[in-house]
Write a protein that binds this ligand. Structure first.
Ligand code: PBG
Length: 340
């Protein structure tokens, strides 16, 4: 019938029953009928913590992002919080690398110091910490290598040690990103046994072996020295497998589950949303950030509109939490307020 009206009727005879454009006529109408809203409340700001004091290294492949020593990470976290961002996600860097990732669980390590400083100066900010060893191992893999392979069960002990050191420093949530089997259960048990029942776990549950982590590896100096991560991170074509991974992590005690990257995996976010009730986080990763930055620097794309569109799409797909390097500026623009 709609077709007949449009095609066969003369303009004066047209009597369209439905005119969807009425709901798009003005900015105010559009605001009223919006189905998904990006809010500062959902944002998590990743911060790369460097060793030393007063250190601020620009990350070339991620314009606008820096590696900051603990003192400056503390300032970055509190200024993000003041802009309206409720949470940060900290990545550490080592004083030295070895095959056992020894420095990753040192209580006086850079990331542990940053956690203590942030929780002291801005206790309200939720501190998530990346639990992984790729920046701390001399081979750059996310676990312990034996006979040329990533040894799952030997890696679990190391992840538990890292998670406990973050909990001792005051982290609110640890976020294992190594993709070893059983790490959520092992970390949950160790946290509980050590009196950290209140420390939560956000698991990188469906983390894909992605080319979009490229710029991050410059930031974290964590490129594998042999092979790649495809024996532990997920194969990009798979979505049912992601649901299995998420289910396992929830069963093992994850409080929040993550899909990563975000933009090329919106279907995975949507499938996870349909299947599970746990909060879902999505990580808008370094490559997704750098692509927009690079195009914007050339004048090929409007950065602000592209960012709002991309982050809102992540929310539309079903994410509750969006991890993004744009968090402070987006929050400032959206008018986030820590007082709400
Ligand atoms: C560590 C880790 C990575 C990222 C987060 N945690 C890199 C990787 O797995 O190689 C990527 C973050 C980003 O690209 O923004 N395992």
């Amino acid at each position: 019938m709609l077709e007949r009206n449009l095609v066969d009727s003369s303009p004066t005879e047209r009597d369209l029953p439905i005119r969807p454009r009425r709901l798009r006529r003005s900015q105010s109408v559009r605001r009223l009928v919006r189905e998904s809203r990006l809010s500062a409340d959902m944002l998590v700001y990743p911060i790369f913590v460097a060793t030393g004091r007063g250190v601020e290294h620009p990350i070339e492949a991620m314009p606008g992002q820096r590696r900051l020593s603990a003192d400056l990470a503390e300032e970055a976290a509190s200024s993000a919080f003041r802009a309206g961002v409720p949470a940060v996600l900290l990545f550490g860097s080592p004083r030295y690398k070895d095959d056992a990732a020894t420095d990753a669980s040192a209580d006086d390590g850079a990331v542990q110091e940053a956690i203590r400083r942030i929780k002291r100066s801005t206790p309200e900010v939720v501190v998530f910490t990346d639990v992984c060893v790729c920046a701390y191992t001399d081979h750059g893999h996310c676990g312990i290598v034996s006979s040329g392979e990533i040894d799952n069960d030997a890696s679990l002990d190391v992840m538990v040690g890292v998670a406990l050191s973050h909990a001792r420093a005051g982290a609110d949530f640890v976020a294992p990103s190594d993709m070893m089997d059983g790490r959520v259960g092992a970390i949950r048990e160790a946290l509980d046994d050590n009196g950290f029942e209140q420390v939560g776990i956000m698991s990188y549950a469906a983390k894909y072996a992605s080319a979009f982590y490229g710029p991050f590896r410059e930031a974290a100096d964590s490129t594998p020295q042999f092979g790649d991560r495809s024996t532990y991170q997920m194969d990009p074509p798979n979505v049912r497998e992601a649901l299995r991974e998420i289910e396992l992590d929830i069963d093992e005690g994850a409080d929040i589950v993550m899909v990563k990257p975000a933009l090329a995996y919106l279907d995975v976010i949507a499938a996870a949303r349909a299947e599970f009730n746990a909060p879902i986080a999505a990580y808008n990763v370094s490559g997704e950030y750098s692509m927009v930055k690079a195009a914007a620097q050339r004048g090929w794309i409007d950065e602000q509109r592209a960012v709002d569109e991309a982050l809102t799409a992540i929310v539309r797909a079903g994410a509750d939490i969006v991890i993004t390097y744009w968090a402070p500026e987006v929050a400032a623009r959206l008018g986030g307020s820590p007082a709400r």
